[in-house]
Write a protein that binds this ligand. Sequence first.
Ligand code: NAD
Length: 336
Amino acid sequence: MEIFITGVAGLIGRGLARLYLERGDRVTGVDAAATARRRLTPEFTDHPRVSLMVEDLLTDGEWQNTCAAADRVLHLAANSDIRRSFDSPDLDLRHGFMTTQRVLETMRAGSARRIGFASSSAVYGEPEKLPTPENYGPLLPVSLYGAAKLASEGLISAYCHGYGFAACVFRPANIVGGEATHGVVFDFVHALRRDPSRLRILGDGRQSKPYLHASECAGAMAYSLEHTERGIEAYNLSPSDTLDVREIAGIVCRVLGLDGVRYEFTGGERGWPGDVPLVRLDPGRLAAQGWKSRLTSRQAVERAARELAAVSAGRPVRAERAPPSVSLDTRLGPEI
Ligand SMILES: NC(=O)c1ccc[n+]([C@@H]2O[C@H](COP(=O)([O-])OP(=O)(O)OC[C@H]3O[C@@H](n4cnc5c(N)ncnc54)[C@H](O)[C@@H]3O)[C@@H](O)[C@H]2O)c1
């Protein structure tokens, strides 16, 4: 199959590209980052079944030809750092929402009709029901990031109804891994490398959320995309357990072999404006299709901390990989 991945140089994009290559597909990836080529290893960029385009989805380019004809479009490109949301209010509108509109229009003008979209559990805002199932409503995000994801979901839904698209909307937990460029585990590893005596923790450290390893996230996305036959389905991608930020600090200190680190809390129940302090996702829909994460939140964070520690020590290890829990090919959806 021809797989088209936007945001391919990102944490999740790289895992997805590897997974589809290993399955024997042809992968075309687009990413606007000037560092995209460097972030992707030669094993990927030199592969005969790979094309990489360093282009911005917000401008016309070569990417449109491949996107228009792809068998599967995985749209991941976005600002992925929720904390940046309120600092530049048009960031998520442009990179989170307008990129989605342009990808959908490019597909409509061509023959591509199946899309997987990296949305977020931020679309739920602060739900009253925990664990939160995919059919929870009303969806009232509390960040501009979440608002752009929800608007994208709405647009994709309309394209499914109006133009016969099939879509998977992924609502992942926090994704961690050795190739991360931000996030709590990344921040802690780098802060402690700089100063192993103390650790600044945003909020009161009681924020409690599920954590999924990037390798498992890629597997879940590819799996559910094959198992959605037509119309639009939303999937929570999450283990069922959670960790709070103090526990994560403890894990990172242990991995780095540090004892007696002084924790300094910035205070308040949120880490930053738009943060949702309590997240529990019900991964029931994907479980009913036969997919379950192998790693708990604790195991995913431990693994990510080990990988990030190795990278920050100048040992660029390749991320440990977890294969998808079940084969992707157990039941392929019909071509549309
Ligand atoms: N990492 C998480 O915890 C998490 C959780 C839920 C949802 N998501 C979503 O999953 C997707 C991938 O996340 P990630 O962690 O791999 O992010 P990432 O930041 O590592 O990668 C995103 C990539 O998109 C690219 N990009 C952004 N705007 C672009 C544009 N206009 N044109 C082309 N490329 C562009 C960036 O250069 C970057 O390489 C994002 O949409 C993110 O919002 C991530």
